[in-house]
Structures are given as C-alpha cells and as structure tokens.
Design a protein around this ligand. Structure first.
Ligand code: FUC
Length: 794
C-alpha cells in the first residue's frame, strides 16, 4: 500500500505529526486571520480528513489563474468548475502558429569577423548595431503557442447553491466540482487520460433525471463548429470544430486541427442545435473530448486530425467511463506514486489551498511545501510524456493567441529549469520529449551553424519553438547567445548520469559531440587576455543582463559560457571514452578545454559575471538571471567541498544579487542556497516563492505572469535541500531548514542509478536507505561526515 492514506497513517504511528495546533497570538493580526480562516473551514474535522495531495477551493474559478490544470502530456484543460457555466479551456500541444520555416540570416557570416573585432575593441554598442542589422533571424521573432479554444457547458440553475467544493487530486489526476441546488447534489469529474488520449467529463447527480445542460465549443482560431450525428453508435452526437492555425511574423499557418466532443447521456434527451448539443433531464452524462493537429514533426504537417480524433473518440466511446477512469488513474499513478514526501503536518492543512498560499510565509504549514513539490511532479507528468512536446514556458496550458514570450521554449534558463526536477523526482520518462526536441535541434542547428558561422556541429540560441528554429531572435541584447543547445545537452547528460543507461548515451552522443564541434570552430582568442587560457565565445552575452560598458549585453566570454563549455567538453570526453569514440577528437577537446578563459573573483570577492570586473557597476545589479552561478547549480563545478574559494565567491555574488526575482529567478536562488548548504536561507526564499507574489491561487507560478518554470525549479530546490548527489557523493539532508525538523521522503533518485529514502527527526537523519539495481559501494555524506556504505538491491 503506497497511498496518501498510508502516508498519513505512518505519520501518526511514528509520531511525525509535529504540531496539532497553529500557535495563535491574540495580538498578531495575521495570526488572528489564520485562526479565523481555520475556524471557517475546518468544521471541527480532525487532520486525517484533510487530504494531503489535494488542491481544493470553496468557490468556482473566477479567472484562469484560479482554474485547475489537467493534461495527458499532449491534451490539456484548465477547469473552472462554475455552477451555472463550466469552462474547460483546451490546449493541444502542437497547436502553434506558422509552419515549417528556416530563419537563418545569410548575411551573418560576412558580418561575424567585424562583430568580433568591435567587441574586442570595447565598441559594444556598435557591435550590437551591426549584429542587429546583419546577424539576427529572419523573421526576428519565433512562432507563438496558441489556445485550442473552450468548451462551455451551461446549466439551468434555479436556487441557492450550497456545499460547493472544487478540487484537484494529485494522486488521481481528476478535477472535481460538486454542489447542491434545490436538494440535488451534483458532481462533475474531469480527467485527461494518457491511456485513451481523450479528456473525459462525467456529470452525475444523486437523483435521476436532473442533468440538463448545453455544450458549446468556441475558439479565437480560424475554425467552424458543426454538430455531427452518428446514429446507432456509442457516440451518437458530437460537436466538431475544424480549423487551420494562424500565421505569424509572415510565416503562413500550415496546420489543420480538429477538436471533437462526443456527448452521451443516460436517460433524458440529447438533441442537436446548429452549433451546440442540448441534454435535458438525463440521469447522467459523459463527454469525451479529442483534439489533434496535422503536425507529424517539425518538417512534416501532413497528418490527418479528423481521422485521429474520430478514432480516439470511437475507441474511447466503446469503453465504460469507469474503465476509462481506471486506465487513466493507473497510467498516472505509475509515475506519480514513486515519491512520497512528508515535511510534517499542521492544522493549516485543513484550509483551502488559496488560503494556505496567502498564509504560507507566516510559517507553520510545512505540508504546503510538500504539496507544492508533488504538484510540480503532477504538472510535469501532465505536460511532458513520451510522444508529447516538451514543457514550454506555460507547460502546455495557455488561453491566449499571443501568450507572453509566445509561450515558447526559452533555452537560456526556462526550458532547462523545467526539467531540473525530472531526474531526482523520479520522472525520467518525462524527459523524453526534451531529448527528442534536442535531437531535432541538432538538424536545424546544423544549418544555422554552417550558414551563419561557417562552423561544423550545431548551435541553438536563446529560444526555440515547435518548428525548432535556432537562429538568434528578438534582438542582439537577448538573442545573440550561442549557448542554448550546449546547455540543453547538460540536461540530457544528467539523464545519463542518473540512469547510467548506455543506450541512451549512444543516442544523445551525436548531439553532445555536434554541440562541442561548433565551439571548436567558433571559439576565438580574446586579444586582451594573456594566453594560453584565453579562448572565449564572441559575440555572446550573459543572459539578458546589461553590462556597464554600454547599453547592451553584447560581450565576449561571459562566465556562464565558459562554465557551460567546461561541462560540455568534459561530458563529451567522458561519453566518448565510455562509447569508444575517436580518441584524437577527445584529445583535441581536452586541449581546448584547458585553454578556456578562467573564472575570476572580482573586487567585492564575488564571482565575476564577465571577463571584466563589471559586476558592481552593472545597471541591474539585482538582475533576475544569475547566469554566472550556473557553475554552482545546476552544474557542480563550483562546490563547497571541492572548490571552497569559488563557492565563497558565488555566495558573495548571490548576496549581491538579492533573494527576490521573477518566479523562476526566485526558484533558482533556492537551489543555489541549498548547494551552499544554507537550508534556512533556501527556505526563506521558498516562503517568498510560495506566497501570492509568485504563486497564483491555483498554485501555478507567477513570473509574473504565469510561467511554469518556477513550479519546477521550486520543486527542484526542495529536493536539493533534502538530497544531493553531485561529485560522486550522496549527501543526505545537505541543507535541511529548521522549519522541517522531522519528516521523511521515499523514492528520490541520485546520480549513479540510486534511489534514496530518508527519515529524519529533530533535524538529524534517523534512517536512510540507498538502493540500486546491483548493490554497489557508495560514499555518503551525512550529518557533516562522510562514510562508505553498500547500496541495497532495488
Ligand atoms: C527570459 C526572462 C524573462 C522571461 C522570459 C520567458 O527572457 O528573462 O523573465 O522568463 O525569458
């Protein structure tokens, strides 16, 4: 038994429930407010009635940031749970604007030598102007990810509503709204099934003949809706919306799409309207929603969405809703139940989720941090499964035709952060869409490397989209950064480190090798630095941060680039040795790696962000990006044990940067402080992340606006506080905050193919278990000491 009920039972049996009551001071207005909220919501229930893995609310969503996300990797819905009107805002993860396109700029190569010269001469603004004129992608911006539209269900309501509750079970992946009107209790359950590739909505009531509603589809896309009848089949009536995607930036929409909603009622009547279906006095009803586009891959849009959706509806329609639900739950739990986390439970657990977010920063709700962690796992399972697109800036949930930053893949931090939790959080399957995308990028990026840089290998800059565009976009200040592909390779390498899967390594080696090759051909000597360690990227930038020598970010050899390259070359050498690749190439890489410009400590004792000691004069000294600290996290080349001086400098930089940033910037800082072994500082930043400044009522991250990286990065930070495994050590509770004195975790993964369980009490490790396929010797750092142990068999 691995259920949440079991977690709770264990907690009670082992005395881990650390506080029964919320300390309330009569004079502290905030505390009095918590007490009042508790009184209103708790109804005298004991803690065991509070469900630790559920988000719940006492009112319908009044806006998108209160609606609850469902997804099967590909097909997503935001569920509002209204009483008179239900809204399901729908997404299909290949519905982006545009079509296959090639944005390389054929003028770039000729301009490259001059751009370099200008940068080395300190004429940064002139360099930026030249880059803007000659080296940016055509078109300058990439394609947006767009909404599919909405399904609206309208219900006749004639009477006051009581007992309203709306929730999302993370263990079931079902969103439920229930309420009573005129003595009839209604329940509406919705899920997006990875097993059957449809969204299902089940409407029931506790009295027969009470389900009446109209169903209607609407969309801002170019599309039309008809009602299709298939008499004599299990799905006799469907709303069918067919359309084409939009054009953007002069790239013509090339996708067809279709959404299909089958409406099935038991008892009562089901009648077609012109563009709606009307159900009257049914005992219960089920809706099945399918959607698809003609996207097959970034070069091929010849799919048949009509055939796909017809088949999905016909197949799912043959099965009872209970069977669909069982298959859905099993597919979800297979991934979700691998990890359990208990950080202690308090009375605050009885409160609705939106209230808990408002109060988290006041302390004493450790379970909300555990819920936030599990929510991130839930979200990744829901938006990134084998066969789907990777998690974009909004995962896969987007109501707009023009979302912020086009809801793309921003690969100067955001996409990489989306996957930080996947490996330690025991969701390695969810990385598959990312692997697939990187392998696509090696193809489009090879053309960009050749045409724009005259180089071998492949390159991707700071963003990509469904069409795998790799040229620099948006403007020199943001786009002229050739490191996006190299950083993504680090995510893939981590997948290998955690699993030890040599087949996977063989599959990704060409990506790592090609990324390295690009830099062998494009690194240049910085003439102002003494050799031989004077190789740098140029032109480049430290993501999005202006430096004080100009109005631009354009520079040579920013610290982050040098750190990413140290990793890329080291990984390529190690992978090449494991796979028996060409020794000469690996030797060449090692020689070039040794010649990369060094990391430097600046006059404030900080780790310099640039080759020059500019940090203290930079116009945005507290910039959201902490790019130069990549070496501390997610990389491990800066480490408190192995490179204490650099770690101290990184700490100084982090202090200068400050704790508050965008959602993802805040989340990154949690991971960094955990790597610096300061659990309390990491926790205080988590308190900020998990407060209304950075978290919406639906527990999704607010950048602002909504951006999912903060959820994923925050969850990664929570794990970094409990377990780390860089540099060939498994570190148990490396940065446990005082706020979580007692707790347990089961099923986290560590590099080297290990799974780890930990129980702790009074801030100290009580027991731990390390398991692997074959028992192996492992170095463990625990309570400040290292020891050798042998892992148990998995
Ligand atoms: C980078 C960040 C922004 C935002 C965008 C998607 O440009 O600097 O804050 O996250 O990506």
């Amino acid at each position: 038994m691995k259920s949440p009920a079991r977690c709770l039972m264990l907690l009670v049996l082992t005395g881990l429930v650390i506080s029964d009551t919320l300390p309330v001071s009569a004079t502290d207005p905030k505390r009095v407010k918590v007490a009042a909220d508790l009184k209103r919501s708790a109804d005298g229930n004991d803690l065991s009635s509070a469900s630790p893995l559920t988000l719940w609310y006492q009112q319908p969503a009044t806006n998108w940031n209160e609606a609850l996300p469902l997804g099967n990797g590909r097909l997503g819905a935001m569920v509002f749970g209204g009483v008179a009107k239900e809204q399901l805002q729908l997404n299909e993860d290949t519905l982006w604007a545009g079509g296959p396109y090639d944005p390389v700029n054929t003028n770039a190569l000729a301009a490259l030598p001059e751009a370099r010269q200008l940068v080395f001469a300190g004429q940064y603004d002139t360099a930026a102007k030249l880059i803007g004129d000659k080296m940016m992608a055509v078109p300058l911006r990439q394609m947006p990810y767009q909404t599919l539209g909405d399904l609206f269900l309208e219900f006749p309501t004639n009477g006051p509503v009581t007992d309203y509750r709306r929730d999302l079970g993370l263990d079931t992946a079902v969103a439920t709204a229930s309420y009573t009107v005129n003595g009839v209790h209604f329940t509406r359950e919705t899920f997006s099934s990875p097993a059957d590739q449809v969204i299902a909505v089940r409407l029931t009531a506790n009295q027969p003949g009470k389900i009446s509603f109209t169903a209607r589809l609407s969309t801002p896309q170019e599309a039309s809706v008809i009602v299709e009848t298939n008499k004599g089949t299990r799905t006799p009536m469907s709303l069918v919306m067919s359309g084409v995607n939009g054009s953007a930036q002069g790239i013509k929409g090339a996708l067809k799409f279709q959404a299909r909603v089958a409406v099935m009622a038991t008892g009562g009547k089901c009648e077609p309207g012109a563009d709606m279906i009307c159900v009257t006095n049914a005992d219960s009803a089920t809706l099945l929603i399918a959607a698809a586009t003609s996207f097959k891959n970034y070069q091929d849009v010849s799919g048949d969405p009509q055939r796909t959706t017809q088949k999905q509806i016909a197949d799912a329609g043959k099965r009872a809703i209970a069977d669909l639900l069982a298959a859905h739950r099993a597919a979800h739990r297979k991934l979700f139940r691998r990890v359990e986390l208990n950080l202690g439970e308090t009375e605050a657990m009885k409160l609705p989720t939106d209230t808990r977010i408002r109060h988290f920063a006041e302390g004493n709700d450790p379970q909300l941090a555990a819920l936030y962690f599990q929510y991130a796992r839930y979200l990744l399972i829901s938006c990134s499964r084998p066969g789907s697109q990777p998690a974009n800036l909004q995962g896969m949930w987007n109501a707009s035709m023009k979302p912020p930053w086009e809801s793309k893949y921003t690969i100067n931090i955001n996409t990489e952060m989306n996957y930080w939790l996947a490996e330690p959080g025991n969701l390695p399957e969810c990385v598959e869409p990312l692997t697939h995308m990187v392998l696509d990028l090696t193809q489009t990026g090879a053309r960009t490397a050749k045409v724009m840089y005259g180089a071998r290998g492949w390159v991707a800059h700071h963003n990509t989209d469904l069409w795998r565009a790799t040229a620099p976009v948006d403007g020199p200040r943001w786009g002229m950064w050739p490191m996006g592909g190299a950083w993504l390779c680090q995510n893939l390498w981590e997948h290998y480190l955690f699993s030890g899967d040599k087949e996977y390594l063989r599959r990704i080696f060409p990506a790592i090798k090609g990324a390295a090759q690009f830099f062998l051909d494009t690194l240049v000597e910085e003439p102002n630095l003494p050799g031989p360690a004077n190789l740098v990227t140029c032109p480049s930038l430290s993501p999005e941060n202006l430096h004080p020598a100009s109005k631009t970010s354009i520079c040579a050899g920013p610290t982050m680039d040098l750190q990413i390259l140290r990793d890329l070359f080291a990984n390529c050498i190690q992978a090449g040795e494991i796979l028996g690749e060409d020794k000469e190439f690996l030797r060449q890489l090692a020689a070039i790696r040794a010649r990369l410009a060094p990391l430097q400590i600046g006059r404030a004792g900080q780790l310099q962000e640039w080759l020059k000691d500019w940090d203290l004069e930079a116009p945005q000294i507290q910039h959201r990006h902490v790019s130069h600290l990549y070496g501390l996290f997610p990389s491990a080349q800066i480490d408190v044990h192995t490179t204490p001086q650099l770690a101290a400098a990184a700490k100084k930089s982090l202090e200068i940067r400050g704790d508050q940033a965008t959602g993802w910037g805040t989340a990154w800082r949690i991971n960094l402080w955990a790597r610096l072994r300061d659990g309390d500082r990491a926790f205080s930043i988590l308190q900020d992340l998990l407060s209304p400044r950075c978290t919406y009522p639906n527990l999704l991250d607010s950048c602002p606006p909504f951006q999912i990286d903060g959820n994923f990065g925050g969850a990664s930070g929570i794990m970094e506080m409990l377990l780390q495994s860089q540099n060939n050590e498994i570190q148990i509770l490396p940065a446990l905050p005082r706020a979580w004195p007692t707790g347990s975790v089961r099923g986290l993964r560590a590099r080297g193919g290990f799974e780890v369980d930990i129980e702790w009490k009074d801030g100290k490790v009580a027991t731990y278990h390390i398991r692997s396929r074959e028992p192996r010797e492992v170095t463990v750092r625990i309570n400040g000491q290292t020891e050798k142990t042998v892992s148990e068999k998995l």
